[in-house]
Design a protein around this ligand. Sequence first.
Ligand SMILES: [Zn+2]
Length: 152
Amino acid sequence: MVVPTDELDACPFCRLDPQAPLVYEDELAIAMVPPDPINKYQVLVIPRRHYVDFVDIPDDLASHLFLLTKRLSQAVRDACHPDGMTHISDDDITRCGLNMLSHYKIHIIPRFRDEHITIDWAREGSPGQIVRKQRSDEIRAAYLAIVQAGRL
Ligand SMILES: [Zn+2]
């Protein structure tokens, strides 16, 4: 996907404040405590290049980002001794506002039992084995089509 120039110009991760305190940096990625963190030990793992959707990230970079997330997740564990960890990212595919900032990032969020951070997954209830199999077959067929077409 080609990102419009004005979106890149307005992107705080593409126009990174040189004074921004970083947890980590290399030629491909940075990691930072965000300016408006969910809690005081949240870390964002961010590719230096502007990607919007996870599926657009080249395999080598995606691997790098996940290994970096794994290592920094351990660092966050050691730094703040949480009760749990959440690792999450968002693709706002139709640009309907599901992602506050389009630049792809992975959130590392330590969870503490006495905090009141909620992630409302609003589950639809169990669809049952037949529907689960239908959905599995649908997704498997889509995956095989992607592989056969060499799209990923
Ligand atoms: Zn950006």
